[in-house]
Design a protein around this ligand. Sequence first.
Ligand code: URA
Length: 433
Amino acid sequence: MKIIDIIEKKKNSEELSEEEIKYFIDGYTKNDITDYQAAALVMAICINGMTEKEIVYLTKAMAYSGDVLDFKDIADNTVDKHSTGGIGDKITLILSPIIASLGVSIAKMSGRGLGITGGTIDKLQSIPGYRTDITIEEFKNNVKEHGISLIGQSLNLVPADKKLYALRDSIGCTNSIPLIASSIMSKKIAAGAEHIILDVTCGSGAFMRNKKDAIIISKIMKKIGDNSGKDVMCILTNMNEPVGYSIGNSLEVVEAIKALKGEMADDVKEIILTFGAFILKMAGKGEDLIKNKDKIMEVIQNGKAYEKFKELVVAQNGDVSYIENPEKFEKAPIIIPVLSEETGYVSSLNAELIGKASVLLGAGREKKEDDIDKKVGIVLCKKVGDQLSKGDIIAYVHASNETKANETIQMIKSAYKYSKKPVRKTRVILEIL
Ligand code: URA
């Protein structure tokens, strides 16, 4: 078999066989296939797509490119939650300790930022000392001892995705349904949890720009789950507007800490309660969704969820004093308010533009080898539906220098659109599949 023939085949929109897909994944993982050959094939997949059969083969080959874990001897009903990516999406940081504090084990492998979307791993790494690269033994042990572990892809889990993820990011191939579905589901299969709940984001700040594509990818991921004996549920959420108020790595950790102490933006709360209620149901902890939501509010109010987050940070070597005193997180040298130029109501807030502005500030990567500046980002003060007057502060830019700050101020201003008439808040949960 030759990689050039496989590239030719996909270039001509032909269906690849299971053997051909496995040959590519094995060869690329072992560095026998070069980055430029992989880039050519990935681009052909991105342009010509894949059949459902090919996506299932690709996912399987990726999942088994490294170790595949099993938690059955450690904990029952382990749950893994994953988002297809968004702007300001700090849900995993908040939801995971809430669920773990209710006795459901969370074993989760997260990703780095991709395109304009942020990554949970980059956010966790902004907590000084937090290790996302613990060994498999430590990962399993943390799930057993603490009921929670959040790690990156540095273990020998899905090495194929680690390489493909960075490659896609650097060649403009992030928004491809076959590549997103296989990337997410290969990680979920390898990380070993029994139940998988997927936040399928949809809108200007997401890879799936419309509901139709979000439904297509959800059905594919559910099918992959069926094929691998995993219980998969998909919830479509709106990503036309960023989630919560902060965008940027340590800024989002600080917002997550506040949320765990009960101070939560309305959209964050709706997502947490909806996902949390379904997770408890999937894990056999309660059939009644309303009662499940009450249980979630209770562990936030009595501090158990916040304590569980601290326990996670300590278990993964992080400096917990930053969680206890969030003002310790290093601040960007320049913090500038952005002012409204109109009076009225916010009618829309373009998540894509806010995402692009945050990458420009250095909160995300333009190239795969770029370092992220953990301190920079944007803190929104007004969201869709909010009333405001000309001159009110709509956001703060946290920048490393004035040039970047000034460039992003214009982008943020153009992300906001206004109406003279009152506007309804955005509906966050769009569909449950
Ligand atoms: N999350 C992933 O893990 N992979 C993607 O391709 C997109 C979002």
